[in-house]
Design a protein around this ligand. Structure first.
Ligand SMILES: Nc1ncnc2c1ncn2[C@@H]1O[C@H](COP(=O)(O)OP(=O)(O)OP(=O)(O)O)[C@@H](O)[C@H]1O
Ligand SMILES: [Mg+2]
Length: 260
């Protein structure tokens, strides 16, 4: 009897197991490196944000002081330049502020409470609908009653606002934003779909990197913050292109215990 096929199979299986082990240890190593890298970036960002903010506050203070000066007031050119300096410094200050939030926010320390997901989606949509600049945006919902999660209410609102802002900013022309809730076992899925430009395939992997933006006035902190909020609640967040156009953000969050 020829035993070779049998032995070959054992050798092949062993080789496969060793290969799998190698791949897994490489993956672990990569994850560890990424964690360290994130921590260093976070600390650097917090340090620079903090140190830049102080001189910036002085610049803004002095421009405000100079704006009141009689000689400056009488010279329209100097007034104009001063107002540009002040506006740009204010913009830098708000960027620095976002950087500080991203680098130092400890979502783990947030106060948690019971969140009615349907209520929060409705509230967020109402906030957008109240503002005249979003008059042409159509918000559609397909929600479920009695969907409760445990989380921080204002963070959850920040999550929805960031994602809806992205959806609006991605759309050109008629903008429709559809929010759907779906229960699955012990989880709820929040699916936010837009009919915007979608995301070029080669950019998808960069979307969650801090400061990645394709917008002229973007900061690139919206999605990393959203991901951190969702992951703190033991959930997952991903974004995918839709056919024929648009994108869909998929959020999975664990339902509150004892939810029917
Ligand atoms: N719904 C979407 N459709 C298409 N592209 C999107 C969508 N959401 C996010 N993106 C892409 O992901 C990038 C990163 O989004 P993110 O919210 O992190 O930053 P941003 O919107 O550019 O700036 P901001 O910090 O002001 O939110 C965007 O610049 C955009 O290219
Ligand atoms: Mg954004």
């Amino acid at each position: 009897m020829n035993n070779w096929p049998f032995f070959n199979r054992i050798i092949w299986k062993k080789k496969k197991a060793v290969k799998k082990e190698k791949i897994e240890s490489k993956k672990l190593e990569k994850e560890k490196k990424e964690e360290n890298y994130d921590e260093i970036i976070g600390r650097l960002a917090a340090f620079f944000a903090h140190e830049i903010r102080n001189p910036l506050t002085s610049i803004i203070g002095f421009t405000q002081f100079l704006e009141q000066d009689k000689t400056v007031k009488t010279d329209p050119k100097i007034s104009q330049y001063l107002s540009i300096i002040k506006d740009e410094a204010l913009r830098m200050e708000s960027l620095i502020q976002e950087l500080l939030v991203l680098a130092t926010t400890d979502f783990q320390k947030d106060h948690l409470s019971i969140i009615d997901v349907k209520c929060m989606v409705e509230k967020t949509v109402a906030i957008f609908e109240m503002q005249p600049e979003y008059e042409s945006v159509r918000f559609e919902t397909d929600l479920l009653d009695e969907v409760y999660i445990t989380g921080n209410e204002s963070r959850f609102e920040q999550l929805l606002v960031n994602l809806m802002n992205n959806a609006i900013e991605a759309s050109k022309g008629e903008c429709i934003i559809h929010t759907r809730l779906k229960k699955e076992d012990k989880d709820v899925w929040i699916l936010i779909t837009d009919n915007g430009t979608g995301i070029p395939e080669d950019l998808i992997e960069h979307l969650f990197s801090p400061f990645f933006t394709t917008k002229e006035a973007g900061t690139g902190v919206g999605l990393p913050i959203c991901k951190a909020i969702v992951e703190t609640l033991n959930g997952e967040l991903s974004i995918q292109n839709q056919q024929p156009k648009g994108a869909q953000v998929q959020i999975r969050l664990p339902l509150m215990k004892n939810t029917p």
